[in-house]
Design a protein around this ligand. Structure first.
Ligand code: G3P
Ligand code: CA
Length: 273
């Protein structure tokens, strides 16, 4: 399967603003409220991390454990969806306990299914960048469940309009991306990088991957990496870009997407809101 090529010239391909865990500076990360806000703010895409619960549901949670982002304890993988549904995933960020009617959208665990519904109802194109977390522990189950779910929403195959897929799968694990490529060749994959390994320094990525996801630290240290990745035919999606000088750097270097906790401020800086 050949992915439709994007025209990478900046005037044809404006910098895409991706809301990292939703508008996670303003609302508790990975809650429906954070994603609603990101859509309202005008984000081009939403980023989310997915994990499997003990009973096989994909939920949007970043850490292995729920301790930091909820009032519960324990690993997501040892809890069932019904257990997670009893927890408060919002109050750690903002005290909502004194509100008369607690905003469930800002405190409930979010399933990937619910996020896909939100995107389907957005009324405009909103892309999704889904990150598989620690997939090696699950021997392919995360990817299998993910592709099943995307299939139910008609998002696993080539888009009917022949354009670029609105969904991409990201991972620090090349093995996870490889599984996705084999089972769903139409889905673009993004290889995330925390550090620049010598293997990828020249701009080449793991087989079949056409989008690099370097951290902003890599780009600050080696701004020429963006051009090397482009010259090798890859797109560049940088995370997590919150500071105005980093937004400026990414825009100047012509990166294709930046992943940020503050989509509204970034869109304003880029003159888009
Ligand atoms: O978008 C990629 C970025 O989210 C990777 O780091 O730890 O925030 O998932 P992390
Ligand atoms: Ca992530």
């Amino acid at each position: 399967y050949a992915h439709p090529a994007r025209d990478l010239r900046p005037e044809r391909h404006p910098l895409s603003v991706v809301a990292h865990r939703g508008a996670s500076e303003d609302a508790p990360e990975h809650t429906l409220a954070a994603y609603r806000k990101a859509i309202e703010d005008g984000a081009d895409a939403l980023e989310c991390d997915v994990r499997l619960t003990a009973d096989g549901h994909l939920v949007c949670v970043h850490d292995r454990r729920v301790n930091r982002t909820s009032n519960g304890r324990g690993a997501v993988s040892s809890l069932e969806l019904a257990d997670l549904a009893t927890l408060d995933f919002g109050s750690w960020k903002a005290d909502v306990s004194d509100r008369e009617a607690p905003d469930l959208d800002a405190t409930s665990v979010l399933t990937l299914e619910r996020l896909l519904e939100l995107v389907a109802d957005a009324g405009r194109r909103v892309e999704l960048a889904i990150e598989t977390k620690h997939p090696t522990r699950w021997a392919g189950q995360v990817e299998q469940k993910l592709l099943e779910l995307l299939g139910r929403f008609g998002l696993a195959g080539p888009p009917a309009d022949g354009g670029p897929s609105p969904v991409r799968v990201m991972s620090f694990s090349a093995r996870s991306l490889h599984r996705v490529q084999l089972a769903a060749p139409a889905l673009p994959t993004v290889y995330l990088m925390q550090f620049l390994s010598p293997r990828h320094r020249d701009g080449r990525l793991p087989a079949g991957v056409r989008i690099a996801g370097p951290s902003i630290r890599i780009i600050r240290k080696d701004p020429g990496y963006v051009a090397r990745l482009h010259d090798a035919g890859n797109e560049v999606h940088v995370w997590t870009v919150n500071e105005p000088e980093d937004v400026e750097l990414c825009a100047r270097l012509g990166v294709d997407a930046l992943i940020t906790n503050r989509p509204k401020r970034v869109l304003t800086q880029l003159g888009r809101s």
